[in-house]
Ligand binder design. Structure first.
Ligand code: ZN
Length: 306
């Protein structure tokens, strides 16, 4: 038989699934329905980050007490990465594409996660990006630098696309993130078709784009709605289950525009809590699916019961 790039990838994915240690029940615990649409949270693995990356710009005096509250010790954070899959009317829509093979060893497991629920990359009909950071975008190409989701349309917010394709970005983003800019531009340019959308657009049936700028200049969230049933895919606008909830107004080192990121986070928290809307956060634990609840000081993340 002839091994094309695609079949080779499929065979590797199938082989890995046999040795996967993730129990299947984990997947059912991270599923919900919005009307007739099935929403599944797929793990791409996790990241390994220096804690200071997030915490350095925060008020340092109050920090130790809060970190202790969440059992956060040491210098390293290991946030999960949750890719959202929406299945509706014959569509298999991915929100973000994971890290792929070349960002961190602990991430890039999306193909295995798809395989565990009986899907291959070829089954994906749309890939919708929240933003262009490596853990969300770099998985869009395979090891041969071909589009991994060969049959999919790719969609991204216009401002976000323009930012990463702007040749000036690599010089303006700072040395720590210069590789993000190079990597994003290379991948976005490799996609043969890349459609853009604006804040408020209904990008797919029942899916509206919601501007949540700050983490990146054009970061988008997505409101999935059918009748009174709704869910918000927030990407990294709410980036963790601890300080983003306890002190949403604090600046986070993870946000490129810290003031705008905090403003967006506060607004989103207020809305999700008051409407009691289900959310999926890309870096939240237990599949990232849950609710925002007002707490004595700030908010708390309440994972959906499996
Ligand atoms: Zn991220």
């Amino acid at each position: 038989m002839t091994l094309t790039r695609r079949t080779l990838l499929g065979r590797l994915g199938a082989g890995l699934a046999l040795t996967a240690t993730t129990p299947l029940r984990l997947w059912s615990a991270t599923e919900t329905k919005i009307g007739a649409a099935r929403i599944t949270s797929l793990s791409d693995g996790h990241l390994v980050l220096p804690a200071g990356f997030m915490f350095d710009p925060m008020p340092q005096a109050e920090l130790p007490l809060l970190l202790a509250r969440y059992g956060l010790e040491g210098d390293t954070l290991r946030p999960d990465c949750n890719v959202t899959l929406m299945q509706s009317e014959g569509r298999n829509i991915l929100f973000d594409a994971g890290s792929g093979a070349s960002f961190q060893d602990s991430a890039g497991e999306l193909v295995d996660a798809l395989d565990a629920i009986g899907l291959t990359p070829d089954d994906i009909t749309e890939v919708v990006f929240t933003h262009g950071h490596p853990d969300h975008l770099w998985g869009v190409l395979d090891d041969f630098d071909d589009p991994l989701f060969a049959n999919a349309r790719h969609l991204i917010g216009r401002i976000e696309r323009d930012y990463w394709l702007d040749p000036a970005t690599v010089d303006q983003i700072g040395v720590d993130r210069a590789s993000f800019a190079v990597g994003a531009a290379r991948r976005l340019e490799a996609l043969e078709t890349l459609e853009t959308f604006e804040d408020g657009d209904e990008i797919l049936p029942g899916v509206a784009a919601v501007a949540t700028f700050g983490h990146t200049p054009g970061h988008m969230s997505f409101e999935i709605r059918e009748g009174g049933d709704a869910l918000m895919v927030v990407g990294d606008a709410i980036g963790n289950h601890h300080l983003a909830f306890a002190r949403p107004h604090w600046p986070s080192g993870a946000d490129q525009d810290r003031a705008m990121g905090a403003e967006t986070r506060v607004r989103l928290m207020q809305r999700l809590a008051s409407e009691r809307m289900t959310m999926i956060g890309y870096h939240l634990p237990e599949g990232g699916m849950g609710h925002v609840e007002a707490a004595e000081d700030g908010y708390r993340f309440v994972p959906l019961e499996g």
